[in-house]
Ligand binder design. Structure first.
Ligand code: AMP
Length: 114
C-alpha cells in the first residue's frame, strides 16, 4: 500500500509547518486553511479513520484529544473557542486516509456545518 500524504509528513519526506510533536502524535498547519487557525492533529500510528480505530487505540486517541486542546491553547484559542472536526468517509468529505483531527479557530463558526 502506498504511503498517505500524512505518513510522508510524519516521515519528513514532505515538509509541513509543525505545531506540536511527541512520540504519539504530530500537529501541523493545514496547507489550505479554512480559518485563521487550521491545524491537523494526527496519530503517528497509521489508523485510517475513526471507524477503523480499535479498542487498543483508546490511549492514542485520548492523547490526541488532550493535545488538540493543548495546541489550541498554545495558539491562543482557549478563551475565544475553537472547533475540532473528524471527517470520516465519503459523506463527510474525508480526503486523506490517515485519521486526522481538524482544529479550527480564530473566527466565529456557523452551525450546522456545511
Ligand atoms: P479531510 O478532507 O478531512 O480528509 O482533510 C484533509 C486535509 O488535509 C485538508 O484540509 C487538506 O487541506 C489537508 N492537506 C492535504 N495535504 C496537505 C499537506 N501536504 N500539508 C498540510 N495539509 C494538507
Amino acid at each position: 500500500m502506498s504511503k498517505s500524504i500524512f505518513q510522508k509528513i510524519i516521515d519528513r519526506e514532505i515538509p509541513a509547518k509543525i505545531a506540536y510533536e511527541d512520540d504519539l502524535v504530530l500537529a501541523f498547519h493545514d496547507i489550505n486553511p479554512q480559518a485563521p487557525v487550521h491545524v491537523l492533529i494526527i496519530p503517528k500510528k497509521p489508523i485510517t479513520r475513526i471507524a477503523e480505530a480499535r479498542p487498543e487505540d483508546h490511549t492514542v486517541l485520548g492523547h490526541l484529544l488532550l493535545k488538540a486542546g493543548l495546541v489550541a491553547a498554545q495558539l491562543g484559542l482557549k478563551e475565544s473557542g475553537f472547533r475540532l472536526v473528524f471527517n470520516n468517509g465519503r459523506d463527510a468529505g474525508e480526503a486523506v486516509p490517515h485519521l486526522h483531527c481538524h482544529l479550527l479557530g480564530g473566527r466565529a463558526m456557523t452551525w450546522p456545518p456545511g
